[in-house]
Design a protein around this ligand. Structure first.
Ligand code: ATP
Ligand code: ZN
Length: 296
């Protein structure tokens, strides 16, 4: 396919989102070759190329039309939303199942915090000034935002700020710096993002195809196919016990009038507890199988 008809998806080159992003694209059926230190990987079996960049650059690459899709943290997307005039705001297409973290307010241990009012007049260090400013103004709080590009967690100790607003996942970095998480500004995770829709219909079709494959991969990760035998009398109860399944298939069993076979795709994890409840409700021959692929 000609170069112009290919689409590009931008992902983080190295860092917390890099491996999961590339693995997701592989699961979507994309094969590509990756040399060391390469900026672009050419898809071998689809007209889709992968740009490997710093996560901070992804929103503007989308806004400028350099790539059609991207995978980036919601925190970065909201902070770097279209910065220039005439640029299209990238659209969030959906949440992915990795990159979870919180953008939180943290104070030096021992500081009393009585809700957002305690932030009034304080100096808050952060790398997310836009998100923080919006959050503060929504709450009618005036505070000074000290913008730092890194090492935010040491700002209070250096006397550069009274407290911080930074990304937290386990909280170990905060603890190591004697800081305490006291308020949540943004619940973040990796998201799939689109720039302007390509005018060319073939390219637009590939964008749609990739988006629907990502959706399929996410749904499959949690999905299970359940098969069981159920007494007709307990069918309603058993149907209600199947987690996240809309319409199970119910089939007659040869030579058995009082029992039916039930097959269902459960779009939630199936735990042992569920199987035990199914058994108590009268289910037998219960089989749980992984789902390989799914297309809505
Ligand atoms: P780059 O070199 O691409 O600019 P970076 O240092 O800015 O990388 P990472 O630390 O790899 O970025 O984090 C990338 C994203 O991972 C964050 O923007 C955030 O969405 C997510 N993330 C998940 N957990 C954490 C965490 N504990 N701290 C920071 N980011 C996290
Ligand atoms: Zn970054």
């Amino acid at each position: 396919m000609e170069r112009e008809q290919r689409i590009k998806i931008a992902v983080q080159k190295s860092g917390r989102l890099a491996d999961n992003s590339l693995e997701l694209l592989k699961r979507c059926g994309l094969n590509y070759s990756r040399g060391t230190d390469q900026l672009i990987c050419f898809g071998e079996n689809m007209p889709v190329d992968v740009l490997l960049v710093r996560d901070d650059d992804i929103p503007s690459l989308l806004a400028e039309g350099v790539c059609e899709l991207g995978i980036v943290g919601l925190n970065v997307l909201l902070e770097k939303a279209a910065e220039g005039p005439g640029l299209t705001e990238p659209t969030e297409l959906g949440s992915l199942d990795f990159g979870h973290c919180r953008l939180s307010i943290a104070v030096p241990r021992g500081t009393t915090y009585r809700g957002t009012e305690s932030l009034a007049g304080k100096r808050i260090a952060t790398s997310y000034p836009r998100i923080l400013a919006t959050w503060l103004s929504e709450r009618g709080i005036e505070a000074e935002i000290v913008v730092l590009s890194g090492a935010v967690e040491i700002a209070p100790r250096l006397g550069r700020a009274d407290l911080i607003c930074d990304l937290v996942s386990t909280g170990s970095t905060l603890a190591a710096n004697d800081l305490e998480e006291v308020d949540l500004v943004l619940d973040s995770r990796a998201v799939l993002v689109a720039g302007e829709r390509p005018a060319d219909s073939l390219r637009a079709e590939w964008v749609d195809r990739l988006v629907s494959r990502v959706d399929g991969v996410l749904r499959v990760r949690e999905s299970k196919y359940i098969m069981l035998h159920a007494p007709r009398a307990a069918l309603d109860e058993i149907r209600d016990l199947l987690p996240g399944s809309e319409a199970p298939t119910v089939m007659p069993l040869d030579g058995m009038d009082d029992k039916v076979a039930v097959h269902a795709v459960c779009q939630e994890n199936v735990f042992w507890e569920t199987l035990e409840s199914l058994k108590r409700a009268g289910a037998s021959s219960v089989l749980v199988l992984p789902v390989e692929k799914m297309l809505a």
